[in-house]
Design a protein around this ligand. Structure first.
Ligand code: GTQ
Ligand code: FE2
Length: 358
């Protein structure tokens, strides 16, 4: 665009100063700090993360002031959060501890990594947690966590905090007691985990899944049952946790997926406007994200930014299982979802660098 030069440079500067003084920004000038935060893909190694998480047990304890003992997976380039919309953290709860009951408008999920003997109560429903379980804590539901076992309990928290904070819709309330009253154990699962069979007398009108607890044994059975079928070219045996009533995503702002990358599979690359945070639950392999190779093994976490090319591979003779949270329901609700397959080089990106070897 042509900049007219009918003003002297002093006149022009004075014009810009006046504009700035009344909070106007000329649209033809590219200003500093006007761009939204950009992120690159990133990976956290469990071998580096776990010792710090365990040590946090001797630094703080959950209670009235520190509600949760968490370590946040903060992607470089962001002041907070793992992507522009998603927040992930690792939470440690030691034997005998309780993380007190509260509720908030941000929605949360727990993806259980280690330990047994602990439960989360969600609106009165007590859910015993085991590795590989997914527990939902939808927006504004009361929740508290207690460890009645004798080993440390570790899980991944996934929340939509960056989105909710950006939208200025973050509300929080403390329950008057440390723990909320328990109305039943595994109630949502007993009613809704059968999926295709559900209670006739209930007509759930909640804006989230009526099933709050997805057990690992059923998840793994579902994945294994498809291991001899042709699956998704970009994601292999990828399954979405779904709301048993609507068939849609489990939450309005986040989708949860679990996927098996079968031995020897190397998926084709694609990109989309949803961002994801992955946890490597089982096995090892690698992903190529925007030309960079990320080798991952059991326990690692990695971030896939929006619109980054990505493909996954499992080289050994053992399958890999990846869990992920994603903001795809937000993008689809706003008609901003886009997806594109990578068509060059038979669908595989040339690898130009290795994460951690720069
Ligand atoms: O466990 O309730 O990682 O409220 C961040 C906020 C966990 C929780 C987080 C939370 C929780
Ligand atoms: Fe919470």
């Amino acid at each position: 665009m042509a900049i007219q030069d009918r003003l002297t440079s002093e006149e022009l500067q004075s014009y810009y100063d006046t504009a700035e003084s009344i909070s106007l920004m000329p649209g033809w000038v590219e200003g500093e700090g006007q761009r939204p935060p950009e992120i690159k893909p990133f990976l956290w190694r469990w071998s580096e993360v776990e010792p710090l998480v365990l040590k946090s047990g001797s630094i703080v304890a959950p209670g009235a002031d520190v509600q949760r003992r968490t370590m946040r997976l903060t992607t470089p380039g962001l002041a907070r959060g793992s992507t522009q919309t998603l927040h992930t953290a690792i939470q440690l709860l030691l034997p005998g501890e309780t993380a007190p009951a509260h509720r908030h408008t941000p929605t949360a999920i727990r993806w259980i990594l280690k330990g047994k003997g602990a439960y989360t109560t969600v609106n009165g429903d007590k859910c015993w947690m085991e590795p590989g379980d997914l527990v939902l804590t939808p927006s504004w539901t009361w929740h508290d966590h207690s460890n009645e076992g004798n080993e440390p309990m570790i899980w991944m928290d996934g929340l939509d905090i960056p989105l909710v904070r950006y939208l200025k819709a973050n509300f929080y309330e403390q329950f008057p007691e440390d723990v909320q009253p328990i109305e039943g154990t595994g109630t949502s699962a007993r009613k809704y985990a059968a999926g295709a069979l559900r209670p006739t007398w209930e007509d759930p009108q909640v804006p989230y899944s009526s099933l709050w607890h997805y057990k690992w044994d059923r998840t793994y059975e579902a994945l294994s049952g498809m291991a001899d079928m042709p699956c998704d070219p970009h994601d292999d045996v990828a399954m979405e946790y779904s709301d048993p009533v609507t068939g849609g995503p489990v939450l309005r702002t986040m989708a949860c997926w679990v996927q098996m990358i079968r031995p020897g599979v190397h998926t084709k690359a694609h990109r989309h406007t949803s961002s994801k945070v992955y946890q490597v639950f089982k096995g090892s392999g690698y992903s190529v994200i925007d030309g960079q190779r990320f080798d991952w093994s059991e326990g690692d976490f990695f971030v896939l930014p929006s619109w980054a090319w990505h493909e996954h591979a499992c080289e050994g003779d053992q399958e890999a299982v990846l869990f992920s949270i994603q903001d795809i329901p937000v993008m689809k609700a706003l008609s901003l979802y886009r997806e594109e397959p990578y068509t060059e080089h038979a669908g595989h990106q040339p690898v130009t660098s290795h994460f951690g070897h720069e």
